[in-house]
Design a protein around this ligand. Structure first.
Ligand SMILES: [Cu+2]
Ligand SMILES: [Zn+2]
Length: 171
């Protein structure tokens, strides 16, 4: 599709190429820093297209295994333990759950899976996230938890302490 648009653009250059300059794609990023006593750090990039948001995470220095991974309601990582970010971002008043099945908070994302070296990469498209409008995640915070998310315990998923936090800013 992109190649096609570029070809059209080349042909239409003399006419100003107005049709090919589609609106800038919305994107946002969070740079995660460890909370006190933890080491996890990395980046998460969000890009919206076709009504979905692609989430691309690259996190290092985790403990190996599963980690709850959410967007929390306040873009405030100032507390040493990350609690300043508040609860899960939940603008629709839903229950906590898995983003891939049934009811869930807007801020619920699939768990991070850290390898033996503590590295976790995530690449997933989520329909519930948005970078504009009432459910926009810009200005909220990404939180990584110490333990796995059971996707059942309300309203947290019982995933333990907060090991990293980063505010989501428009890119
Ligand atoms: Cu969380
Ligand atoms: Zn939740």
């Amino acid at each position: 599709m992109r190649a096609t648009l570029l070809a059209v653009c080349a042909v239409a250059t003399l006419a100003g190429c107005t049709m090919a300059s589609s609106p800038a794609r919305l994107a946002a990023q969070a740079t995660l820093a460890p909370t006190q006593g933890n080491a996890a750090n990395g980046t998460v990039v969000f890009s919206e297209h076709d009504g979905k948001v692609l989430v691309e995470g690259d996190i290092k220095d985790l403990t190996p295994g599963l980690h709850g991974f959410h967007i929390h309601e306040k873009g405030d990582c100032s507390a040493a333990d990350g609690t300043s970010a508040g609860g899960h971002f939940n603008p629709t008043g839903a229950q906590h759950g898995s983003p891939t099945s049934g009811a869930h908070h807007v801020g619920d994302m699939p768990m991070l899976i850290a390898d033996a070296n503590g590295r976790a990469k995530l690449h997933v498209e989520l329909e519930s996230l948005a970078l504009q409008g009432d459910t926009s995640i810009i200005g909220k915070a990404v939180i990584i938890h110490a333990n796995a998310d059971d996707f059942q315990t309300q309203p947290t998923g019982n995933s333990g302490g907060r090991v990293a936090c980063g505010v989501i800013v428009a890119k």
